[in-house]
Design a protein around this ligand. Structure first.
Ligand code: IFM
Length: 458
């Protein structure tokens, strides 16, 4: 059964630049472009060109969003498209593309929600040291400033970073994501400088005229599968959740983590004066929720959950990840209550700041009917139960304002390439053609029917 969604609860869809845009001739390279060239780094050898060829197909994709009837579209801006090389002169063609995107959304009555950084770091900045270096945070604020100056009059809401945990830990500790480094100390420095970049960018963007600025985290409840794994679960939670919530609220690195990760770093990059920068008040916060992290006893070679091997958590005691069925194609446990709990935790940690569920969705088995329609009933069940969970948290007093389904269309799912599909629209990676799946039709009806249960007295 579909959830009963009040009319004032915003519904949208989300994407990210590297996963859909293509057209690399028009931009600089990112760490993901370089990573994609490494044999075996991306499961099926997918690359950022053509991805979904979205730059060239912009107008038709805008029409798809209008057909769905979404209130808002969350996209990310490609730093190497706007500032090729990561520093210096912005590209007028790059900014021009986002002008067209934002204007096209507004013309269709759709709110543009822009994320400044969804993992595609300009390659040159990585070659100069990447996020483990403080300098990268400064360059991020410069790029955020020029972008805000250009688009700040039209973008309705901004996020600085998407899921800084993913850039820092799978990127620099386990090496499962670009830039593929396996340096736990560098990962901790990366997490810190990402959050410094966030704070500097908020300030720079406000000065450039942008309003409604926040950040998108991926806070997952971390559960100990057995009582003796409580300590390991606390370690994972510290790195997955508490580190980012504490830096974001000006508390600095949690004292427990300073001690827990002493074998990987001396924390010499921490500067007390940064607390206030990172803790700059924000206007909203986004939560990307997919699953919980269930920590079990060590079982060598047994980790399956993407980007979640123990190496992604520096200095963690021996552990394994023990998701319980039902699982999605990502081997992620389906547990809507986790979203309720995550939303409560965020609202307690960052009080008086409205929350949007900025990503939620599932990669599930699909089948094609005789008429060519892709049937994906498990995706409909997943989306439905998680929208209900967001509304439950709202009923329980959390200020949740809306929900974005991940994703508008199938796209390059990072290290899994095209092998994993999250889209409401099916995309043929060879021809680029798109077609709505059954879930897209369901979401469209849900959006359309919002509030009707009230009128019907329900
Ligand atoms: O595809 C990603 C997205 O880029 C960030 N959040 C999780 C999604 C699914 O893995």
């Amino acid at each position: 059964m579909s959830p009963q969604v009040p009319r004032d609860f915003q519904l949208g869809v989300a994407t990210s630049s590297w996963q859909i845009e293509g057209d690399v001739t028009g931009r600089g390279l990112s760490t993901w472009d370089e990573f994609a060239q490494r044999p075996g780094a991306i499961l099926d050898g997918a690359t950022g060109e053509p991805a979904c060829d979205h730059v060239r197909r912009l107008d038709e994709d805008l029409d798809r969003l209008a057909w769905l009837g979404v209130d808002a579209y969350r996209f990310s801006i490609s730093w190497p498209r706007v500032v090729p090389g990561g520093a210096g002169q912005p590209s007028s063609a790059g900014l021009g593309f986002y002008d067209r995107l934002v204007d096209g959304l507004l013309a269709r009555g759709i709110e543009p929600v822009a994320t400044m950084y969804h993992w595609d770091l300009p390659l040159e900045l990585e070659q100069a040291g990447g996020w483990p270096k403080r300098e990268t945070a400064l360059r991020f604020a410069d790029y955020a400033s020029v972008t805000a100056e250009r688009l700040g009059d039209r973008v309705v809401r901004w996020a600085t970073l998407n899921e800084p945990w993913c850039t820092a830990f799978p990127g620099y500790a386990s090496g499962y994501f670009a830039p593929g480094r396996r340096e736990p100390g560098a990962a901790l420095a990366a997490a810190y400088h990402l959050m410094l970049g966030h704070g500097l960018a908020v300030d720079a963007m406000r000065q450039a005229g942008a309003r409604n600025i926040g950040i998108v985290l991926n806070c997952f409840p971390v559960l100990a599968d057995t009582p003796e794994m409580a300590e390991a679960a606390a370690h994972v939670d510290g790195l997955q959740n508490q580190l980012f919530l504490d830096l974001l609220t000006g508390k600095g690195v949690p004292a427990q983590l300073l001690a827990r990760c002493a074998a990987s770093t001396d924390w010499s990059f921490v500067n007390e004066a940064d607390r206030a920068i990172m803790g700059v008040p924000i206007d909203w916060i986004g939560e990307n929720y997919y699953t919980v992290t269930r920590v079990g006893p060590p079982a060598p070679g047994d980790w399956t959950s993407i980007a979640k091997d123990g190496d992604a958590y520096p200095d963690a005691p021996p552990l394994s990840f023990a998701p319980r069925a039902p699982l999605t194609d990502m081997e992620w446990e389906v547990i809507p209550q986790g979203l309720v709990d995550a939303l409560h935790r965020i609202s307690q940690a960052v009080p008086d700041v409205p929350i949007w569920v900025t990503e939620n969705g599932a990669a599930v088995p699909e089948s094609r009917g005789a008429n060519g329609l892709v049937h994906d009933p498990l995706r409909v069940d997943y989306l439905s139960s998680h929208i209900a969970a967001a509304l439950q948290a709202r009923d329980e007093g959390v200020d949740v304002r809306g929900y974005f389904a991940w994703s508008l269309m199938d796209n390059v799912e990072w290290a899994s390439g095209w092998t994993i599909k999250f889209g409401l629209f099916a995309v043929d990676p060879t021809s680029g053609t798109r077609a709505p799946k059954a879930s897209a039709h369901w979401y469209r009806r849900l959006i359309e029917s919002r509030g009707s249960f009230l009128e019907a007295g329900g």
